[in-house]
Design a protein around this ligand. Structure first.
Ligand SMILES: NC(=O)c1ccc[n+]([C@@H]2O[C@H](COP(=O)([O-])OP(=O)(O)OC[C@H]3O[C@@H](n4cnc5c(N)ncnc54)[C@H](O)[C@@H]3O)[C@@H](O)[C@H]2O)c1
Length: 317
C-alpha cells in the first residue's frame, strides 16, 4: 500500500468518484475503497491524468480487517460506500443493514483505532420520512419510512456517539437527491434524473411512480463535493449532522418539462403506481450547513441538469 492522506469509501461510485476527483485535482493522495457492487470500473477513468496520487483497494466494508488496513496513515475518511437505495433496502433489508450500518461501524472503529482525525459520513434526507413540515430542519424528529432510512439514521447516530465517547471527529451530511455525471442510469434502482435523461435520449417515455407532483430538493454533485471538502476542516461541525441540499424543491413533472425543453423532445410520461417507502415531498433547510461549514450551493438545478445531459450525450457515461 502507498501512503494516502484521504480514504474515500465507495470511491468507484457516483458521489465518491467526484470527491476523489476533487481531491486529486488539489494534488492530494487518495485511497479508494470499493467492492464495485454498484460502483463502476469505468468511473475510475475520471482519476487519470490528475495531479494527485490514487490507489484503489477492492474490498468489502463488511470485512473489518480490510477496513482497518485501508485507514492506515489516513487523516480524513469520506465514507460514501453503501447500498444507496430505498427500494433495494425494501427488497433486501438484511444486506442493507450489514453494509450500511455494520460497514459504517467498521469504518468508525477502524478510524478510531488508527488515529484518523475525522470521518465525514454520507447520510440522507430519507431520515426525515414523510413529515408534512417543510423545509426539513435538523432539529425535527426523524421518522424513517424504509430500512435504508433507518440504516442511515443509525449510522449517523453512531458517528455522533463515536465523537462523544471516543473523541473521533465526525460530521454527517444529509444529502438531498444528488444528481450529476457518472450517476448510474442503468441499474434497476437508478435515481430518477439519470433514468429520465437516458429514456428521453432514447426517445422512450420516462416512468414516473405516482402522479409526478412529488417534489425533491435536487442537488447537483458539485455542491455536495463542496460540502464534503468543507466538512473535513470546519471545526464547529465536529459531531454534527446537517442538511446538504439547494433549498429549492422541484416536482418530477417539472423536471421532465425542463428536460423535454433541453433535449427538444416530448415523449409523454408513463405514470405507474407509487413505490413503497418513497416520501412525498422533500426540501432542505440548509442554514445549519451555511452557518457551520460556510456551505453555499453554487450550481442551481437547471444548470446542473444541462451539465448532466451534456455528460450523458458526450458518452462519458
Ligand atoms: N445519490 C444520492 O442522491 C444520495 C442521497 C443521499 C445519500 N446518499 C449516500 O451517498 C453515498 C454515495 O451514494 P451514490 O449515489 O454515490 O451511490 P453509488 O451506488 O454510486 O456509490 C456507492 C458505492 O459504494 C460501493 N459499495 C456498496 N457496497 C459496498 C461494500 N459492501 N463494500 C465496499 N463498497 C461498497 C458501491 O460499489 C459504490 O461504488 C451513499 O452512502 C448513499 O447512501 C446518496
Amino acid at each position: 500500500m502507498t501512503t494516502a492522506r484521504y480514504l474515500v469509501t465507495g470511491g468507484a461510485g457516483f458521489i465518491g468518484s467526484h470527491i476523489t476527483v476533487a481531491l486529486l485535482k488539489k494534488g492530494e493522495s487518495v485511497r479508494v475503497f470499493d467492492n464495485f457492487e454498484t460502483g463502476r470500473r469505468s468511473n475510475l477513468k475520471a482519476f487519470e491524468g490528475l495531479p494527485g496520487n490514487v490507489e484503489v483497494i477492492e474490498a468489502d466494508l463488511r470485512n473489518l480487517a480490510a477496513v482497518r488496513e485501508a485507514v492506515q496513515g489516513v487523516e480524513v475518511v469520506y465514507h460514501e460506500g453503501a447500498l444507496a437505495s430505498v427500494p433495494r433496502s425494501v427488497a433486501d433489508p438484511i444486506k442493507s443493514l450489514e453494509v450500511n450500518v455494520n460497514g459504517t461501524q467498521h469504518v468508525l472503529v477502524a478510524a478510531r483505532d488508527a488515529g484518523v482525525r475525522r470521518v465525514v459520513f454520507a447520510c440522507s434526507s430519507s431520515v426525515y420520512g414523510d413529515t408534512p413540515t417543510l423545509p426539513k430542519r435538523e432539529d425535527m424528529t426523524p421518522t424513517p419510512m424504509s430500512p435504508y432510512a433507518i440504516h442511515k439514521l443509525t449510522s449517523e447516530q453512531l458517528c455522533g456517539v463515536f465523537t462523544r465517547i471516543y473523541g473521533l471527529e465526525t460530521v454527517a451530511l444529509r444529502y438531498f437527491n444528488v444528481f450529476g455525471p457518472r450517476q448510474d442510469p442503468k441499474s434497476e434502482y437508478a435515481a430518477v434524473i439519470p433514468r429520465f435523461l437516458t429514456a428521453l435520449l432514447q426517445q422512450q417515455r420516462p416512468i414516473v411512480f405516482g402522479d409526478g407532483e412529488q417534489t425533491r430538493d435536487f442537488t447537483y454533485i458539485d455542491n455536495v463535493v463542496q460540502a464534503n471538502l468543507l466538512a473535513a476542516a470546519a471545526e464547529a461541525a465536529n459531531g454534527e449532522a446537517m442538511n446538504i441540499g439547494c433549498g429549492e424543491r422541484i416536482s418530477l413533472n417539472e423536471v421532465l418539462r425542463i428536460a423535454f425543453d433541453l433535449i427538444g423532445v416530448n415523449t409523454g410520461i408513463d405514470y405507474r403506481e407509487p413505490r413503497t417507502g418513497d416520501v412525498r415531498d422533500s426540501l432542505a433547510d440548509i442554514s445549519k450547513a451555511q452557518h457551520l461549514l460556510h456551505y453555499e450551493p453554487t450550481i442551481k438545478f437547471q444548470e446542473g441538469l444541462a451539465a448532466t445531459l451534456a455528460a450523458l450525450r458526450s458518452g462519458i457515461e
